[in-house]
Design a protein. Structure first.
Length: 175
């Protein structure tokens, strides 16, 4: 099937279906989503032919599929950019933890609490946080007690107990 290379027809196809998005974006902008730069991905739209961003709402032809691809690429580019600073960040934390300088009063310039926080952060990121087990216990009696205590200003119960209470459950078990 032969598709029109007219930009208006391509935008129309994009509005109707999210299939072949890259092909139609390539026709409209001569640039598929995979080639959008960081600024275009942040704004969720490509630059216009003049190299500037248009103002106003997002164009209707930018579908959810296009936005999903844009978000995926933005996340990848952000990780790549942050990755450039990972070595410097590790070196900074190392220097912070090993800082033994003292001020004129003999107190450490970097407090031990800061060193502990840096060490804890590194361990949490590398080893992972420890698992905390939480045990919960619920009771119908507590629900009943709360329902009887809570009263509206007009004297009516605010949340009447729905379902059998403990005594009613015991009575049905014996029968």
């Amino acid at each position: 099937m032969e598709y029109s290379t007219n930009a208006k027809a391509a935008r129309s196809r994009l509005r109707r279906a999210s299939r072949a998005v890259d092909r139609d974006l390539n026709i409209v902008y001569d640039k598929p989503v995979s080639e959008w730069d960081f600024d275009e991905l942040q704004r969720g739209r490509p630059r216009g032919p003049d190299g500037k961003f248009r103002t106003g709402p997002r164009p209707k032809w930018i579908t959810d599929a296009v936005m999903a691809e844009a978000r995926k690429r933005l996340k990848t580019l952000a990780r790549d950019r942050l990755g450039m600073y990972a070595g410097a960040a590790i070196d900074f934390l190392k220097d912070l933890m090993e800082d033994d300088r003292v001020d004129e009063n003999g107190r450490p310039i970097t407090p031990n609490s800061v060193k502990l926080q840096a060490a804890t952060y590194l361990l949490d990121q590398i080893v992972g946080k420890s698992i905390t087990h939480v045990e919960l216990e619920g009771s119908v009696n507590l629900r009943h007690l709360m329902a009887t205590v809570m009263v509206n200003p007009d004297g009516e119960e605010s949340h009447p107990v729905v379902g059998p209470t403990t005594e009613e459950e015991e009575m049905t078990d014996d029968a």
